[in-house]
Design a binder for this molecule. Structure first.
Ligand code: SAH
Length: 202
């Protein structure tokens, strides 16, 4: 956390949310090391530094309607739920979503709506609930999916890893009041693939 996370609200949320309940029991002892860990189904809980950085890039003030793609363990979801008004989070692997729901409920984070997108070819995102003030994608995409920038409100922010299936660059895309998009490149990173028509093939 000494690596340049300066948003006090983000740091406080990370101190408040216990990470060990989101990891499998076998990895509980490593829950507070700064590394990704397996969560089953060939997926990983993101490294805490990456969670902090991505959250900081969303510039949340507590009023936002946020979309998350890739609930996974639900840990990032819990941080977002602490810092925004409400969180809509989509996951394509049912057992992960069900486990995340239990963890979020145990922390009484009732401002989280989860959706399971496990149909072959189901579009990325949550079009019925758009637009969103902030969108975070915790899986790597080959390019910025237009289906997601379309779900961004004017003034909205999208944070997404973009690159190859083995390494990506974290991008922040902002949409101004005229609907124009601007791109800002942050650090290099490594995420599991975003699956879907505007992502990678399963
Ligand atoms: N933020 C999570 C990261 C989990 S890994 C955590 O820290 O625990 C990324 C997740 O994205 C995986 O669980 C994977 O199943 C999910 N995913 C990949 N493509 C998706 C899509 N199109 N829609 C929803 N979830 C997706």
């Amino acid at each position: 956390m000494a690596r340049g996370i300066s948003d006090r609200r983000v740091i406080d949320a990370m101190l408040k949310i216990p990470r060990h309940i989101f990891v499998q029991e076998a990895f509980a002892a490593q829950a507070y090391s700064d590394s990704p860990l397996p969560i089953g189904e060939k997926q990983t809980i993101s490294q805490p530094y990456m969670v902090a950085l991505m959250t900081e890039l969303l510039s949340l003030d507590g009023s936002e309607k946020v979309l998350e793609i890739g609930t996974g363990s639900g840990y990032q979801t819990a941080i977002l739920a602490t810092l925004a008004d409400r969180v809509y989070s989509a996951e394509r692997i049912r057992p992960l979503a069900l486990r995340a729901r239990k963890c979020l409920d145990s922390l009484k984070l009732f401002n989280v709506m989860l959706r399971i997108n496990d149909n072959e070819g189901s579009p990325i995102g949550w079009e019925d609930e758009a637009p969103f003030d902030a969108i975070i994608v915790t899986a790597g995409a080959p390019d910025v999916p237009a289906i997601l920038t379309d779900q961004l409100a004017p003034g909205g922010r999208l944070v997404i890893p973009v690159g190859s299936d083995s390494e990506q660059q974290l991008l922040k895309i902002t949409k101004n009041d005229q609907g124009e998009l601007e791109r800002f490149a942050s650090v290099g990173c490594r995420f599991v693939p975003l699956i879907g028509r505007q992502g990678w093939q399963a």
